[in-house]
Design a protein around this ligand. Structure first.
Ligand SMILES: Cc1cc2nc3c(=O)[nH]c(=O)nc-3n(C[C@H](O)[C@H](O)[C@H](O)COP(=O)(O)OP(=O)(O)OC[C@H]3O[C@@H](n4cnc5c(N)ncnc54)[C@H](O)[C@@H]3O)c2cc1C
Length: 447
């Protein structure tokens, strides 16, 4: 027997993005049902420890962490050159936090605002009627559960990187449905180590050449982590190479964790009739770190406001939900798109070139990292741009930097500016969308 439930908004996934959205919707008086395939006490356990920018708590109306959520607070971090001769101080504060405990807080907030959370329920497919997503079908994970259908006026896919609903939508809905590819995925591998010898790093440490980090864990322990595309095997291999080269085999490994985070542009449209995509499902992770908790709050805040307005007007069509696209892509989305064009070029520089940039405070300076975290872009005056060009040219002349890389950086910086400008002109309504996508495809193709 299949039970049928009805609500205003159905949210798939009780991760941070789905719960944040449900909390906001509940505060606005909407009824929400969240469906989660795991037991709620398991949500977040796959990652265990994570980081959140201190500054974002006030921005998103959340109390700062304390108690079992809080593992540490770090006002600054270090960015290391590949030869480890330069350590740039990044003045940007992060909390180191326990993810299951933070997820429990998000579940509580959503429930206090009126959301219902059903755990151990695996959503299997969307229900489509008359060209609209009107609900989802789900099956129980626990042996004594029953299949259910949950119907709502809007269905939000916040199910994480695999996007269980997004990838099953009919093409006519106008949302790209292709699953994420391994080359567009960061495989994040974490090694928790204890009993570390004196002389090993403390605090937050980032090694951009290796896309690796040495961050605090519980007590005096550390997490040695890396994010690499392609596969877990590849990422663990790179992890081992980096660790061996820099630190050998310090202390002892107490546990390892691994997970995937998207590393690609968002689908061109995040909405269809009765549908919205949010969080990792919508590839809203930060291009410079792969982190996605607070960047999905930006999107969740917009999505909630748009959904409330649409439901008040009784219109949940693609056109009515379109402002989510417009506001997201003209803001954070434009900056992320620009970074997705530029950062791969920086990631492909040779070890010597990255050292050169560190030595000359270019691209990898502490202030660059601070601005990237805070504004999702670096702001440069004309004078600073000219000075950077001259330093790079000097690098080419003295052999610290190849001419090919110099040309590539110039090319991607111009392509990034064009992509950003295009996203800032994201069409006001669906009528202009097809022409916009043609131009977007052309620019991404060039980039
Ligand atoms: C190892 C690792 C470390 C990271 N560290 C950080 C960090 O320090 N800071 C940061 O900001 N970001 C970090 N990230 C990225 C961050 O975890 C994600 O961007 C963020 O969790 C995305 O939130 P979400 O709610 O969109 O998706 P998720 O957290 O993936 O939540 C989706 C939820 O949907 C549920 N679900 C999936 N399919 C179904 C289904 N069919 N039916 C019902 N439920 C379903 C899942 O069980 C899950 O609970 C890290 C990622 C990894 C892999």
């Amino acid at each position: 027997m299949t039970h049928e439930l009805h609500t205003d908004v159905v949210v798939i996934g009780a991760g941070t993005s789905g719960c944040y959205l449900a909390w906001r919707l509940g505060q606005a008086g909407l009824r929400t049902i969240i469906l989660e395939k795991q037991r709620l006490d398991q949500v977040g356990q796959d990652i265990d420890i994570f980081h959140m920018d201190e500054v974002r708590f006030d921005e998103f109306g959340l109390a700062h962490p304390s108690g079992d959520e809080l593992t540490g607070h770090h006002a600054t971090g270090l960015a290391w050159s590949p030869d480890r001769q330069v350590q740039n101080e990044v003045r940007y504060a992060f909390y180191v936090m326990n993810k299951p405990a933070f997820c429990r807080r998000m579940h509580r907030l959503a429930r206090e605002a009126g959301a219902k959370i059903l755990e151990q329920v695996r959503v299997t497919e969307p229900i489509i009627e008359n060209g609209f997503v009107v609900g989802v079908r789900a099956e129980p994970v626990a042996p004594d559960g029953e299949p259910i259908q949950v119907r709502g006026q809007i269905v939000v896919d916040a199910s994480g990187i695999d996007g269980v609903i997004r990838t099953q939508l009919p093409v006519e809905l106008g949302v790209e449905t292709d699953p994420i590819r391994p080359e567009d995925t960061l495989y994040v591998c974490l090694e928790f180590r204890d009993d570390l010898p004196a002389g090993t790093p403390t605090g937050l440490n980032f090694y951009p050449f290796h896309k690796a980090f040495w961050n605090p864990s519980y007590g005096t322990g550390a997490i040695l982590g890396i994010g690499q595309p392609g596969s877990y095997d590849h990422a663990w291999q790179k992890h081992g190479e980096w660790r061996e080269e820099y630190f050998g085999d310090p202390g002892r490994v107490i546990q390892t964790r691994q997970g995937r985070t998207p590393y690609r542009r968002s689908p061109y449209s995040l909405v269809g009739n009765g549908f919205m995509a949010l969080g990792d499902t919508a590839f809203q992770t930060k291009p410079f770190s792969g982190e996605g908790v607070t960047s999905s709050f930006t999107a969740g805040q917009i999505a909630a406001e748009v959904a409330v307005e649409a439901l008040q007007r009784g219109d949940v069509s693609r056109a009515a939900l379109w402002p989510y696209n417009v506001r997201y892509f003209r803001g954070q989305g434009a900056k992320f798109a620009s970074m997705f064009v530029q950062l791969p070029a920086a990631a492909e520089l040779s070890r010597r070139e990255v050292d050169y940039l560190f030595y000359h405070d270019l691209i990898f300076s502490g202030e660059d990292f601070r601005q990237m975290n805070l504004y999702y872009e670096t702001k440069m005056s004309l004078g600073q741009t000219i000075s950077m060009g001259l330093k790079l040219l000097a690098g080419v002349l003295t052999g610290g930097f190849s001419f090919a890389s110099f040309q590539r950086l110039l090319a991607v910086s111009s392509a990034a500016a064009k992509i950003k400008a295009l996203y800032q002109r994201f069409p006001e309504d669906p009528a202009g969308f097809d022409a916009w996508v043609v131009e977007a495809e052309r620019l991404w193709g060039q980039a």
